[in-house]
Design a protein around this ligand. Structure first.
Ligand SMILES: [Zn+2]
Length: 377
């Protein structure tokens, strides 16, 4: 039923079209042609101008030949870098990249599997409900494309994103995240001549960091200070340090508490750092930039979409494992807008590295599962 060679050809073609975030235009042009060939109606929004991409989110609709609520399928067309002149190589049924680039299976494997499923539905004349397909841009840069989608255009109440590693894995929960940049501003002074006139921003930062709870906080929550930049020279008391970090949690209250705890510690250390020069007192200050990155995702284990996927997996004698994700994806955004969306494994492996690979067998399996899901929807 699934056409293995067609999957090989489709993946080879898509992986050969470079589509790093913000430069998805060539990929979009190809996909528009490909989905129209399959009989879909293709539309673009105007998200590109907002997020700084040369393309837009693509929405494809297939009318279906069975009465029922549409099913939403989603994938993203952008990739991480290095993604210049990607050359996919197939060896013993495994795709890798030839050079020092990623392969782009994240998330082209998802798009390939959607296309193969549509081909099979059409060829086998399998009755199916209407499909709404969202192929987004800028996912890898913080779900930027999905955040710009007009959700009023979707009739679907449930769906799946094809966008995670492994096979026969379904993700039903993913954390929300806060990213932040904290600038600590002390006071510069010559370190050898008049150190008593300086306030060391590095010292404030290190005092604060040593008090923070970081790493895994509990089963649902993590926190990290990822970069620290500051200082000018060994003989200057540093006047400025910039910290960048994040907190993630499956629990929105814990996310807020943990983020606040970090900020409060910095505020405390900053407020204590002052120096008096003559009759003037100088006080350290800080500036905070807080980004709420995505809302959490939690699809209940008894949700219809999970029943549907479990039933499809059982029919193929491939039980589906339900897992939590460590990071956010477009599905967080869809769930935040009331569409129950889970994430399906596409076979992609070692993504976001130049050692990325994917097996053709797994793409065949994922396509087969998708056909079964759509048939039962
Ligand atoms: Zn992805």
């Amino acid at each position: 039923m699934i056409n293995r060679q067609r999957i090989i050809d489709e993946f080879t073609c898509q992986a050969s079209i470079d589509s790093p975030s913000f430069k998805e235009a060539a990929m979009a042009e190809y996909l528009e042609h490909r989905f129209k060939q399959l009989g879909g109606s293709v539309e673009f929004d105007d998200a590109g101008a907002v997020i700084g991409s040369n393309s837009n989110n693509m929405i494809i609709r297939f009318s279906g030949n069975k009465v029922g609520e549409p099913l939403l399928l989603s994938a993203h067309m952008d990739t991480v870098t290095p993604a210049e002149n990607v050359e996919p190589v197939l060896n013993d049924g495994i795709f890798t990249s030839a050079g020092a680039t990623i392969l782009g299976g994240d998330d082209k494997s998802g798009i390939v599997e959607i296309i193969e499923a549509l081909e099979v539905l059409h060829e086998q004349q399998i009755p199916h409900v209407p499909q709404e397909i969202a192929i987004t841009i800028g996912e890898e840069q913080g779900l930027l494309g999905a955040k710009q989608l007009d959700f009023s255009q979707f009739k679907a109440k449930q769906g799946l994103a094809l966008d995670t590693r492994g096979i026969d894995i379904v993700i039903n929960r993913a954390p929300a995240a806060n990213r932040f940049t904290i600038d600590i501003i002390g006071h510069e002074a010559h370190a050898g001549v008049c150190p008593e006139q300086g306030i060391s921003a590095i010292q404030i930062a290190s005092r604060a960091i040593s008090r923070m709870e970081l790493g895994r906080i509990d089963a649902e929550t993590t926190a990290n200070i990822g970069t620290i930049h500051g200082g000018l020279a060994s003989n200057i008391i540093p006047g400025r340090v910039s910290l960048r970090g994040e907190v993630r949690s499956h629990n929105i209250d814990k996310l807020r508490e943990q983020t606040e705890a970090i900020i409060t510690i910095v505020e405390d250390e900053v407020s204590r750092a002052k120096v008096t020069i003559g009759d003037e007192t100088k006080q350290a200050t800080m500036a905070l930039e807080l980004h709420e990155d995505f809302s959490p995702m939690l699809v209940a284990e008894d949700a219809p979409i999970l029943h549907l996927i479990q039933a499809a997996g059982a029919a193929l004698q491939r039980p589906q494992k339900i897992e939590a994700a460590g990071g956010g994806s477009d599905a967080n955004i869809f769930n935040g807008h009331g569409i129950e969306m889970v994430i399906m494994a596409t076979g992609m492996e070692k993504v976001h590295t130049i050692n990325e690979y994917i097996s053709v067998d797994d793409m065949v399996k994922a396509s087969e599962l998708l056909v079964e899901i759509i048939r039962r929807a």
